[in-house]
Design a protein around this ligand. Structure first.
Ligand code: HAM
Length: 436
């Protein structure tokens, strides 16, 4: 019978890779704590309308990439393609944004987009998301960019560059003016555009700037830039953001072409890019979305955030570093049922003291048990042979140096035996995992 395979674009994260994920998630939680962001967890599935109304009807995500299906009651549901919409929904529904008080949230979880899988692009992928609400001050824009920079620094990834832009606001002398100008520019080049962009040009011309089709990218090469059309307030906001980031020593490039693939952005937008990743080079992206909470039926409060693509970040990390795997502190080698039952108790006592210990269950020769313990990476092996049992002395082998030491051992008193092992080896239990 043929075996069942995972769905195209959906990947297992196997035990050998999972250490990267734990390291990255630990860094994310740690940095969030330092910046005062608290965790929220939202459902995987939402009403389809939520995404259409927030991400935008004419975006690639909503037009082509959503996993949308009717449930048994014929309601249209969608696997979340991103987290911002769901988080905003939750903020509104649970009244989380008390007037005038900043609300700072983070979220880690899987997203789903029906894209063509390739290097750095999957149909199920994971994001680390930050969202902040209720703060209009441009320093918070800088704060989240610096949070991202500190996170990337903490995980130890290199060669990531920041691109920053502003998309202005809805004031007539701001984005609408830019849009009109861009439209005129694009109309003169209609023939060059892909069919999607020819349609988008009339309803949502900014989307054309973000189109991945080569001939559209060629067509927009000399398009006007938004920064030349921004209103005074947006200009001032942008300048404060740039200054604050610069002062913090984070390098960036202002890229007026950066429009992002989602419609909800206003003012500051940014991406973190890594050339080493190839075509799918965006490690993270985000920006301000001041109209979104209101558009989804909530109060008129500002919001902003970003998401890091964890697969891409880990791909980059694993190209640059090797993972420090943790290994057992101790393995017990035994040779028959009597010594095995003593070894079993020793191992169990070690674990209850917070030490990773392993039992060799196959009573093979000492040589092959040592080989296995070595493969596991155990730092010490306690050898419990019949001879040791007779002499009341176990052998402790330091697997790094090959040196062996004798320790008194008491078949009837596991705690005393373990005290001796701990004294000779210096093994200490790990610290409690920190809860964020
Ligand atoms: P996004 O740019 O669509 O933004 O996605 C953010 C990141 O998710 C990308 O930079 C990339 O690293 C990763 N990503 C996206 N699609 C895929 C894929 N198919 N496979 C692997 N990785 C992928 C958002 O999702 C916004 N919600 C970010 C945001 C939060 N803006 C404000 N708050």
């Amino acid at each position: 019978m043929s075996s069942i395979k995972a769905i195209r674009g959906f990947k297992d994260i196997l035990p050998d890779e999972v250490g990267w994920w734990q390291e990255v998630e630990r860094a994310a939680r740690r940095v969030c704590r330092l910046f005062g962001f608290r965790e929220i967890r939202i459902p995987v599935v939402e009403r389809t309308e939520l995404f259409a109304r927030s991400i935008g009807q004419d975006t690639d995500i909503v037009e082509k990439e959503m996993y949308t299906f009717p449930d048994r009651n014929n309601e249209s549901l969608t696997l979340r393609p991103e987290a911002t919409a769901g988080i905003v929904r939750s903020v509104i529904e649970n009244n989380l944004a008390a007037a005038g008080r900043p609300l700072k949230l983070y979220f880690i979880g899987p997203m789903f987009r029906y894209e063509r899988p390739q290097k750095g692009r999957q149909r199920q992928f994971h994001q680390f998301n930050i969202e902040a609400f209720n703060v209009a001050d441009p320093h918070i824009d800088a704060e989240i960019i610096l949070l991202l920079a500190q996170f990337l620094d903490r995980v130890g990834v290199e060669g990531v560059e920041f691109n920053i832009n502003s998309l202005g606001c809805q004031a007539l002398d701001c984005r609408p003016k830019f849009k009109k100008n861009l439209q005129d520019f694009l109309r003169a080049r209609q023939e060059q555009l892909c069919p999607d962009c020819r349609r988008r040009l009339e309803i949502n011309p900014l989307r054309v700037l973000d189109c991945k089709v080569d001939r559209c990218q060629d067509a927009v090469k000399d398009a006007p830039g938004i920064l030349d059309f921004m209103c005074g307030d947006c200009r001032e906001h942008f300048d404060v953001v740039l200054k604050a980031i610069e002062q913090a020593g984070v390098k960036f490039t202002v890229n007026p072409r950066l429009v992002r693939g989602l419609d909800y952005y206003t003012r500051t937008t940014f991406e973190a890019l890594a050339g080493e990743l190839g075509a799918q080079n965006a490690v993270a992206g985000g920006g301000r979305y001041d109209g979104l909470v209101k558009a989804l039926g909530g109060p008129d409060i500002p919001g902003l955030g970003f998401a890091v693509g964890l697969e891409r970040l880990i791909m980059l990390l694993s190209q640059q570093k090797t993972l420090d795997m943790s290994t057992p502190a101790l393995s017990a080698a035994a040779f028959d049922q009597t010594t095995a039952s003593i070894g079993f108790k020793v191992v169990q006592e070690m674990r209850s003291r917070g030490v990773w210990a392993e039992m060799e269950y196959e009573h093979a020769s000492l040589k092959s048990q040592l080989r296995r313990a070595n493969k596991l990476g155990s730092k010490w092996v306690v050898i419990l042979g019949p001879e040791e049992l007779n002499n009341h002395e176990a052998l402790l082998r330091d697997m790094t140096t090959g040196e062996q030491k004798k320790v008194p051992f008491f078949p009837e008193d596991t705690r005393a035996t373990v005290n001796n092992i701990v004294q000779v080896t210096g093994i200490i239990g790990d610290e409690e995992d920190q809860v964020d």
